[in-house]
Design a protein around this ligand. Structure first.
Ligand SMILES: Cc1cc2nc3c(=O)[nH]c(=O)nc-3n(C[C@H](O)[C@H](O)[C@H](O)COP(=O)(O)O)c2cc1C
Length: 343
């Protein structure tokens, strides 16, 4: 048994979370992770033609129908994210009105925008008072973690630059970030994210003060994930060098190097990136969203293929249960080995 402040906070068997992976659906994945003893997280699905509140509602309903275990959801709080105001107002209300949802949907993870937005929502304030729900925000740098603490978060997800998908301008590695945040906020619950795929890495995260890890790429290469088979098939042969940072609609994004990625080179400065973001028109956003539709349908050449450097250590596509069991066993062996080297 590995018990941490995070497993205790959410009543989990294992300190393992699935990372949100919008705009892709992660309903089946979240269900499998929660059922296996971790905490599954529903992604913010905002592809063209969908209503993000409705998608979250359907996913939450699906979860409570199929499991009694706890789970969570992600809201991207970027001003560029469609439906953000409706999500922070309506989703807490939907959960508040349903006792089973209130009991199980215990983790709100915000990211890619302000950590103050969700706590400013009256309906979230009410949900927070009347349930066990916790609010975490993704912190990719020390100064951003401080903002989260000032906003009154219950914990942070420490995501380094090696992680797949949405990234920050900060480019701090998970290893350095965890050491900084452990020193700065020793008692704050922390989830380590970006680059994790093995038990040894979980043991390292726990040594660095994290109470759990979250994984994206490792879970893409699972039997249960909704990603296209061609997407999954890129993972086992992939190397860390097959991914790099490019330009996304919410800041830099780590992509698999394909035709789409190479056509979206990363800007050299943060100022350039902010100027680019401000210039995004609804037509451009729609065109970009087409890259997600394409990859949904298996076009891994001109579609946006979000993956992290951790693909270099993932050798097979496995069931979520096997992935989690293997990581826990590996972590226990690593912790015992470290302990036995104490003389
Ligand atoms: C396909 C994909 C989509 C992602 N979409 C989101 C998202 O919607 N919101 C978010 O906060 N992070 C998103 N991320 C980042 C992940 O939540 C997480 O930080 C990352 O996968 C961790 O690195 P790893 O892939 O090495 O595990 C995405 C990552 C991937 C691979």
């Amino acid at each position: 048994m590995i018990e941490t402040n995070v497993t205790k906070m959410f009543g989990l068997k294992y300190p393992i979370f699935s990372a949100p992976m919008g705009p892709f659906f992660t309903r089946e994945l979240a269900l499998a992770v929660s059922e296996a003893g971790g905490l599954g997280v529903l992604s913010n699905v905002n592809i063209v033609g969908t209503d993000p509140v409705e998608e979250h509602k359907k996913s939450i309903e699906y979860m409570i129908e199929h499991t009694d275990k706890p789970f969570g959801l992600n809201i991207l709080t970027s001003r560029n994210n469609r439906g953000v105001k409706e999500m922070i107002t309506d989703i807490p209300k939907i959960i508040m009105d349903n006792p089973k949802m209130r009991e199980q949907c215990v983790y709100f993870l915000t990211s890619a925008g302000s950590s103050k937005l969700l706590p400013s929502s009256k309906s979230f304030q009410e949900l927070r008072e009347k349930s066990e729900v916790k609010h975490f925000h993704v912190a990719p740098a020390h100064w951003l973690a401080q903002k989260c603490v000032d906003a009154g978060v219950d914990g942070i997800v420490c995501t380094g630059t090696e992680g797949g998908g949405h990234q920050s301008y900060e480019k701090v590695t998970t290893l350095v970030l965890l050491q900084q945040l452990n020193e700065a906020f020793p008692d704050l619950p922390k989830i380590a994210c970006g680059g994790f795929a093995t038990g040894e890495a979980l043991a390292a995260a726990l040594s660095l003060g994290a109470g759990a890890i979250a994984m994206g790429s490792r879970f893409i290469a699972s039997k249960e994930s909704e990603f296209h088979e061609k997407y999954k098939a890129l993972v086992p042969p992939g190397t860390p060098q097959d991914t790099s940072l490019y330009t996304g609609s919410f800041g830099p994004i780590r992509l698999y190097k394909n035709e789409y990625a190479l056509a979206h080179p990363a800007p050299s400065t943060k100022e350039e990136m902010i100027a680019y973001e401000k210039s995004i028109t609804p037509e451009m956003a729609e065109r970009d969203a087409g890259a997600y539709d394409r990859v949904y349908n298996g076009d891994i050449t001109t579609g946006a293929v979000l993956l992290g450097q951790s693909i270099g250590i993932i050798n097979s596509i496995d069931s979520v249960n096997d992935i989690i069991e293997r990581i826990i066993k590996g972590a226990e062996v690593a912790i015992k080995k470290n302990y036995s080297s104490l003389k």
